[in-house]
Design a protein around this ligand. Structure first.
Ligand code: 13P
Length: 251
């Protein structure tokens, strides 16, 4: 039985006042978080602040990106996995579609960053997903399998025991247009079967989150699907009531 895992991707949102309020709300409601793993992923510059504001051991911390280089060096503007770990993170989101589309991150770079995160014992949340054009062109399975196979080829299938996958259809992100629970389940099952071809035991255990316009009113149905093991939440994670409602929707 897989444990639900819900993570909030705050993207580039917030300031100290907003974040203090948000985390105060999360602290107050964290007593209701049982049988679910929960993380918040603030902008890197606020990771330490969030860590200090968090007054619960039920909410873990994650970063939104890391450099490929694991330690330190002459890489202006970059943040290493060693730093992310030092500040108290347990997770890092990798290969989010915004990083792929806006910053040109390639499958190879996502795979390299996955290896970097694993080398520091930080759990990568590896994002995969197709654009609407790719889906309509019948390329959904090709796109997802290429994204995943690049990571598998780099770190090996057994490493997926320590990797979370987030399926985020690009057309559902921030659009209010959620994939139906059946559409999402279909892709989640495809992802699990792709892993199962290489290692059935690992495939059965791997957490596959769904992301894309998850809200309190649709989370329960999504999380009830057999291959959907939680969510990666954008907009709704910026509201404590909504985020906690989503975290508790599937338990
Ligand atoms: P929304 O929940 O705002 O659609 O964002 C999803 C997402 O991109 C999470 O990583």
């Amino acid at each position: 039985m897989r444990k639900l895992f819900v993570a909030g991707n705050w993207k580039m949102h917030g300031n100290k006042t907003f974040i203090k309020d948000l985390v105060t709300g999360l602290n107050a409601k964290s007593v209701s978080l049982n049988n679910v793993d929960v993380a918040v992923c603030p902008p890197a510059i606020y990771l330490d602040f969030v860590n200090k504001c968090l007054a619960t051991d039920k909410i873990f911390l994650g970063a939104q990106n890391i450099a490929i280089e694991p330690e330190q060096g002459a890489f202006t503007g970059e943040i290493s996995i060693a730093m992310v770990k030092d500040i108290g993170c347990s997770y890092v989101i990798l290969g989010h579609s915004e990083r792929r589309a806006i910053y040109g991150e390639t499958n190879e770079q996502v795979a390299d960053k996955t290896a970097t995160a694993l080398s520091a014992n930080i759990t990568p949340i590896v994002c995969v997903g197709e654009t609407l054009a790719e889906r309509e062109a019948g390329k959904l399975e090709l796109v997802i399998s290429t994204q995943l196979n690049t990571v598998i080829n780099k770190v090996g299938i057994d490493a997926f025991a320590n990797i979370v996958i987030a399926y985020e259809p690009v057309w559902a992100i921030g659009t209010g247009k959620t994939a139906s629970s059946a559409q999402a389940q279909e892709v989640h099952a495809f992802i699990r079967s792709l892993l199962a071809q290489k290692n059935a035991e690992v495939a059965e255990k791997v957490i596959i989150q769904y992301g894309g316009s998850v809200k309190p009113n649709n989370a329960k149905e999504l999380f009830a699907q057999p291959d959907i093991d939680g969510g990666l939440i954008g907009g709704a994670s910026l509201n404590a009531d909504d985020f906690i409602a989503i975290c508790t929707a599937g338990v």
